[in-house]
Design a protein around this ligand. Structure first.
Ligand SMILES: *[C@@H]1O[C@H](CO)[C@@H](O)[C@H](O)[C@H]1NC(C)=O
Ligand SMILES: *[C@@H]1O[C@H](CO)[C@@H](O)[C@H](O)[C@H]1NC(C)=O
Ligand SMILES: *[C@@H]1O[C@H](CO)[C@@H](O)[C@H](O)[C@H]1NC(C)=O
Ligand SMILES: *[C@@H]1O[C@H](CO)[C@@H](O)[C@H](O)[C@H]1NC(C)=O
Ligand SMILES: *[C@@H]1O[C@H](CO)[C@@H](O)[C@H](O)[C@H]1NC(C)=O
Length: 375
């Protein structure tokens, strides 16, 4: 990340516990050391939901996220549902790659280092919708075919066939499938439905592989039961047994873990069954859960309380008055919150999450992010 932003983040930690400050210094020092050096230009294609939407939803629906969205970094209207950068932005920074332009963004986009097909609200099912993974794969296949066609006609700055082959294909999807399922299915029904979500991810990886892609970076889903939105709107079946010691909803987290177990198994199966493929599964659940469970260690307060929302403790989340709507307020920018709006993480949280992921401690097989742009 640019040095000035590291300094800005460091400023945020001044005044907090010395131990937390030391950890932050350590975290800030970690990113440059793990900076992926690339021999080849890193080209990245991303598929997912709002966790990695850098502007697809805003472009598709013609909406603008005004301040306080973007206040920690962009300082102006931008198209991310957070106060600043997302995990995918930090991953790009670590490779010295530009942020990914949304596929649907017609103004100011630059696709020379890839494209972002993620869109807020996206899920694996139902298929053939603006919000579905299989639709994003169709968009990608069209993008690829047209890039190669235009390059053959001499158009400059197109991603080449070779670059499509060497590119990294990133996926972070499933949270909305589980989240929606909990509104109309029982726990047992949800568990039975998980293989249908995994099947869609398998199809997506297969389509990209068929069209030449060889390098995949697959994020597991996060701890759904720790989301303030879920905590504030879910009536527990049993108030004693439904919460873990951190205060998260056990059934929702168990469903996320089941999803991740199957996703990891899929990655391992494809890795061993397909020729010349590198498919890395990243245990994002553990990274995010660790941040929430040990938030004080990272200098955060109230990990289950929303920065930008309404209603006050314990969650500061009211689904009728969410961040950005009149009646909501944002926390003091000097306070460090994990959750921005009840669903999405703050930039400060995304920074910690990115640092952990870039350590490669959570990757199976243990692989550095820059594996695809070297060798
Ligand atoms: C697009 O971005 C690349 C770097 O990723 C840069 O080299 C190129 O000049 C940019 N193109 C335009 C038209 O801005
Ligand atoms: C394997 O994949 C890489 C891209 O990661 C590609 O450059 C190489 O040509 C492929 N090798 C074979 C034997 O297909
Ligand atoms: C909640 O679960 C505990 C432990 O299984 C049990 O003792 C208790 O009766 C349950 N409470 C309700 C309201 O079902
Ligand atoms: C949200 O609005 C609905 C419909 O007006 C109302 O029934 C509900 O109580 C409100 N929820 C909260 C948390 O204020
Ligand atoms: C990664 O693992 C190593 C060795 O276990 C440990 O020293 C390091 O602190 C870990 N880093 C992160 C970010 O988890």
């Amino acid at each position: 990340m640019p040095y000035s932003d590291r300094e800005e983040l460091m400023k945020q930690v001044k005044g907090s516990l010395p131990y937390a400050a030391i950890l932050w210094l350590w975290a800030a020092a970690l990113l440059p050391r793990t900076l992926g050096q690339c021999e080849r230009k890193p080209v990245i294609f991303n598929f997912g939901d709002s966790n990695s939407d850098t502007g697809g939803y805003a472009a598709a629906f013609g909406v603008t996220f005004v301040l306080p969205f973007g206040r920690a970094f962009f300082h102006e209207q931008n198209s991310r549902i957070s106060d600043g950068r997302l995990l995918i932005d930090f991953l790009c920074e670590s490779l010295k790659a530009s942020y990914l332009s949304p596929y649907l963004e017609s103004v100011g986009s630059n696709f020379t280092n890839g494209a972002n097909f993620a869109i807020a609200g996206a899920s694996t099912l139902p298929t053939f919708k603006l919000f579905s993974l299989n639709n994003h794969i169709l968009q990608f296949l069209r993008f690829q075919a047209r890039s190669i066609l235009l390059a053959s006609k001499g158009y400059p700055d197109q991603v080449t066939e070779e670059e499509f082959k060497n590119a990294l294909y990133v996926m972070d999807i499933g949270q909305n499938d589980l989240s929606a399922a909990f509104t109309y299915l029982t726990y047992d029904q949800i568990i039975l439905k998980i293989p249908t979500y995994i099947y869609e991810i398998r199809s997506a990886i297969w389509s990209i592989y068929q069209s030449g892609g060889r390098n995949f970076w697959i994020h597991g889903t996060g701890p759904l039961g720790c989301m303030p939105q879920k905590l504030a709107t879910t009536a527990p079946q049993n108030a004693t047994t439904d919460y873990d010691p951190v205060g998260c909803l056990v059934p929702l987290n168990n469903a996320a873990k089941e999803f991740n177990g199957q996703l990891k198994a899929l990655c391992e199966e494809l890795q061993s069954g397909m020729n010349n493929i590198t498919i890395v599964y990243v245990d994002v659940y553990s990274v995010k859960y660790d941040l929430i469970a040990n938030s004080a260690k990272y200098g955060f307060e109230n990990p289950l309380e929303v920065c930008c929302g309404s209603g006050g403790p314990p969650y500061n989340f009211n689904q009728n008055v969410t961040c950005g709507n009149s009646g909501s307020t944002a926390c003091d920018p000097r306070q460090k919150y994990v959750s921005w709006d009840g669903v999405h993480f703050t930039q400060a949280a995304n920074f910690v999450i990115a640092s952990s992921i870039l350590s490669s401690n959570f990757s199976t097989p243990r692989t550095r992010l820059n594996f695809f742009c070297n060798g």
